[in-house]
Design a protein. Structure first.
Length: 129
């Protein structure tokens, strides 16, 4: 029998529903959510905060480096051959994640943002990776 279990990428409403069902039937409710969370995906504080406070729910993070984007390896706007993103290309076309940040005129804005984050990390004495 499972005593602890968690969810991954569930909505707060779905988690609360699971907790209420577990309460109703005296089952073990989930105790942790694994949301996507990083410098680009910041919805966790808004979406899950009430659940975390009310239920004492925990979290473990999925994609903290946004598929490697925050590692610094894509700051120049190309896909290194040995990168994870290179392996996600299909039929020579970039992945959906690559297109989200570097497709259709987005490359300059993304690179500016990445360079700004790198400068802040260096100023704070933190590693970008």
């Amino acid at each position: 029998m499972a005593h602890y279990w968690g969810t991954s990428c569930w909505s707060a409403a779905r988690i609360e529903e699971a907790c209420q069902i577990a309460d109703r039937y005296r089952l073990h409710a989930p105790v942790v959510e694994q949301p996507r969370y990083n410098l680009f995906a910041r919805e966790v504080e808004k979406i899950y905060r009430p659940l975390f406070e009310y239920r004492g729910y925990g979290t473990t993070i999925w994609s903290p480096l946004e598929f490697g984007l925050l590692s610094g390896k894509y700051n120049e706007g190309d896909i290194p051959e040995d990168s994870r993103m290179a392996n996600w290309s299909k039929d020579g076309k970039p992945s959906e994640t690559w297109t989200k940040y570097f497709g259709d005129g987005k490359i300059e804005g993304t690179q500016k943002c990445l360079r700004s984050m790198k400068a802040m990390a260096e100023e704070l004495g933190c590693s970008q990776a």
